[in-house]
Design a protein around this ligand. Structure first.
Ligand SMILES: Nc1ncnc2c1ncn2[C@@H]1O[C@H](COP(=O)(O)OP(=O)(O)O)[C@@H](O)[C@H]1O
Ligand SMILES: [Mg+2]
Length: 301
């Protein structure tokens, strides 16, 4: 098969692993710098150009689109979809998962456990928003934050109000969320491929940090998840429409609650913590799914 991976960082652990796994299974594997692609949209036969040449027709595309280039990256991915290339994750699904408000609304619609979460536009409603979220301590997050940046813990109602007012005052969209204290700074990342949880790890924040992101100095360890956590992760992936994703959950007093679903989950933490060949499993999934004519999307939606 001819596989393309959209990525601007070919040397990242996840990306070198995916390439290795693709080559080891006898596939052609090209890494394409997303932002260097340019496209002929008007043509009836959709085309993508790269380094002065038209890209060949690939069988599958693995999107690894960084948060800072979501807008253009998804446009490039849609173009691949219009050409009938099988996307490991569809552009629409990635778009949903990148917006924390939109994704929580979709998860709520499907009855998936979530932390109590509120959202308001007008800073005049700050008082109410704090009340509805259950009061301090509470978590305030940027809608499109990632790697733990833009996630704030407010210990008192007063500090919550000033953080909310500060963000809203400069028109930044935020979520205000119940703080799941009982999780003790540890979250669960379930790695889902093709509707199955293939690995799970628990991540614990660095000393003194409630955020367990590995990018913030958190550490990962293998964990056995409960059947309820497993089914929550599978349902969350389905709700987003993601074939490959990392579902982040907290162990709350009222069962597992989902914080977010990541469409480009890192492989390093999970492979090292569990000893599993996740990159190989992603390529196996591509082999099973990228059958000509099976691509559901044509870049619509
Ligand atoms: N409501 C919450 N209660 C307790 N901890 C939280 C809550 N929301 C987030 N966290 C912690 O902060 C981390 C980052 O939050 P998350 O919503 O995943 O943002 P990001 O997209 O930046 O990773 C989580 O992995 C978790 O450890
Ligand atoms: Mg996260």
């Amino acid at each position: 098969m001819k596989i393309a991976m959209l990525s601007r960082a070919p040397n990242l652990y996840s990306h070198t692993r995916l390439k290795e796994a693709g080559l080891a299974r006898g596939h052609e594997f090209d890494i394409i710098n997303t932002t260097r692609c340019y496209m002929n949209i008007a043509s009836r036969r959709p085309e993508i150009y790269y380094n002065g040449e038209k890209l060949p027709l690939y069988d599958a595309v693995i999107p690894r689109i960084g948060a800072s280039v979501t807008f253009y990256g998804l446009a490039v991915l849609r173009q691949f979809e219009m050409m009938g290339v099988y996307p490991v994750n569809e552009s629409v699904a990635i778009g949903r998962s990148r917006d924390k408000l939109r994704s929580l609304q979709l998860l709520a619609r499907d009855g998936i456990g979530l932390p109590v979460t509120t959202f308001a536009h007008d800073p005049k409603q700050t008082e109410e928003v704090v009340k509805v979220a259950g009061g301090a301590p509470m978590v305030i997050k940027l809608l499109e934050g990632t790697q733990g940046i833009g996630v704030v813990l407010a210990d008192t109602d007063r500090s919550a109000r000033s953080v909310i007012e500060a963000f809203r005052g400069v028109n930044i969209n935020i979520l205000v969320q119940e703080f799941i204290k009982e999780a003790g700074g540890t979250d669960i990342r379930a790695f889902v491929i093709g509707g199955k949880v293939v690995a799970a790890m628990k991540r614990t924040g660095a000393e003194g940090d409630f955020r367990s992101n590995l990018h913030r100095g958190g550490s990962a360890a293998v964990v056995k998840i409960s059947p309820e956590e497993r089914s929550t992760a599978i349902r969350a992936a389905k709700s987003m429409g993601l074939n490959v994703c990392g579902v982040d959950m907290l162990r709350s007093n009222h069962g597992p609650v989902v914080m977010e679903v990541n469409s480009s989950p890192g492989l390093e933490g999970v492979e090292k913590a569990t000893g599993k060949d996740i990159a190989g499993m992603i390529i196996d999934h591509v082999e099973k799914s990228a059958v000509p004519g099976k691509t559901r999307t044509k870049g619509r939606g």
